[in-house]
Design a protein around this ligand. Structure first.
Ligand code: ZN
Length: 396
């Protein structure tokens, strides 16, 4: 196959990509909300012409992730392309200037909830499958596609696909990176501290033990931890961070509260875990509450953790993606570390796949009103990943 012929495939043109992305944006898949079942059917329909073997893996009852395979079956190399089908909810409809499910195109930008995070990435994956379907049918290598549920809430959609055997040697997560090549990713853990005191009548407050008396000191401790976490150097990532995001206390105006809870969003660097972050911050919070009589502190990891992930810049997946970009765009890709977390952690940490993140659109547009993706970035991503996959899977 001539490289030039490959990137001229009709599936890599704006018309196909726009039509495919619009079909995905018009299929709501908010989590929580509509969830992913209709999207799973839509994805399966869009893949049907490729002849891919498509399997619905029930991550949760009624919420299937979609795994697909093209070519292969002869023990050859395998490439995984991974994306998630869920989006965050539309949010305040009045804050949008376009229909969030309309897939409107203005000045080369396609608008809608999930346009960049990350239905554009899914459209890219579908386009790569269309572009390579004919060649892969005759090749030993296998293209493995993930369309996962539940990424937005760190649910095990990608994990369930890996466990069902949708694995490979190298992987690319098509989350938005503005076409930068991300080899490192921060993680996120959520920590909850409960300060226990003793309730009393507000008119006899001295009989109680008010946890709010120490709240200021606890918030100071969280800021101190943030300064330390943020000062840890990493070549591609901002440091870690530690941000108080929720405080809850009190049941009535005239009651000294029995307890106060503080929730912290802790961004993790490679090498850190939720447990290590908890231990470090808990020591500070305990010191902040101090030896005040009648007050005690409990710390715990709350909710699902995204572990950080990283692969070396000298890995073959990085080299081949640069080479593919050079072929398609004439230049190498900028290296990046993603400040956000995604399922690349499952590929790298759980399945040992050498995986990076590369996709169209900006994370700054994600989760916000008037989310959009530039269609020329969608096309470039589809061309680069087609070239990358061909290099890995098709005989030269
Ligand atoms: Zn995403």
């Amino acid at each position: 196959v001539e490289p030039a012929a490959l990137v001229d495939h009709p599936a890599l043109r704006l018309e196909f990509l726009t039509r495919t992305l619009a079909a995905l944006v018009r299929t709501p898949s908010a989590n929580p909300g509509d969830f992913e079942a209709a999207m799973a059917r839509r994805v399966a329909d869009l893949l049907a012409p490729t002849g891919a073997a498509v399997e619905l893996v029930e991550t949760f009852p009624g919420r299937p992730s979609v795994g697909a395979r093209l070519g292969g079956g002869r023990g050859g190399p395998r490439v995984v392309l991974n994306g998630h089908m869920d989006t965050v909810p539309v949010g305040d409809r009045d804050a949008w200037s376009v229909d969030p499910l309309g897939a409107e195109v203005r000045d080369g930008l396609l608008y809608g909830r999930g346009a960049c995070d990350m239905k554009a990435g899914l459209a890219v994956q579908i386009a790569v499958a269309h572009a390579l379907a004919g060649d892969l049918a005759r090749a030993g290598g296998e293209l493995v596609l993930h369309f996962a549920v539940g990424e937005e809430r760190a649910e095990p959609g990608t994990l369930s696909l890996l466990e069902a055997g949708f694995v490979g040697d190298v992987g690319v997560v098509t989350e938005p990176t503005e076409l930068r090549l991300a080899t490192a990713q921060r993680g996120a853990a959520f920590l909850r501290f409960t300060i226990h005191g003793r309730a009393a009548h507000g008119g006899r407050a001295e009989l109680g033990r008010n946890p709010l008396d120490r709240l200021g000191a606890v918030l100071e401790a969280i800021r101190a931890e943030d300064a330390v976490a943020g000062a840890t150097p990493h070549p591609l990532l901002d440091g870690g961070s530690c941000t108080a995001t929720m405080v809850e206390a009190g049941i009535k105006e005239n009651v000294v509260p029995e307890r106060c809870t503080v929730v912290v969003d802790r961004r993790l660097l490679p090498g850190e875990t939720a447990e290590s972050a908890l231990a470090s911050l808990e020591a500070r919070v305990r010191a902040a509450v101090g030896s005040a009589p009648g007050l005690s502190v409990e710390g715990e990891v709350a909710g699902n953790t995204f572990l950080p992930a990283e692969v070396g810049e000298d890995e073959d997946v990085v080299r081949d993606l640069h080479a593919a970009a050079l072929q398609v765009t004439g230049g190498p890709l900028a290296l990046w570390g993603t400040p956000y977390s995604s399922d690349v952690r499952n590929l790298v940490n759980d399945a040992g796949i050498r995986a990076v993140t590369f996709g169209p659109g900006s994370i700054d547009r994600a989760h916000a009103p008037d989310e959009f993706v530039p269609l020329d970035e969608v096309r470039t991503a589809a061309r680069v990943l087609t070239e990358f996959t061909a290099r890995r899977l098709l005989p030269a």
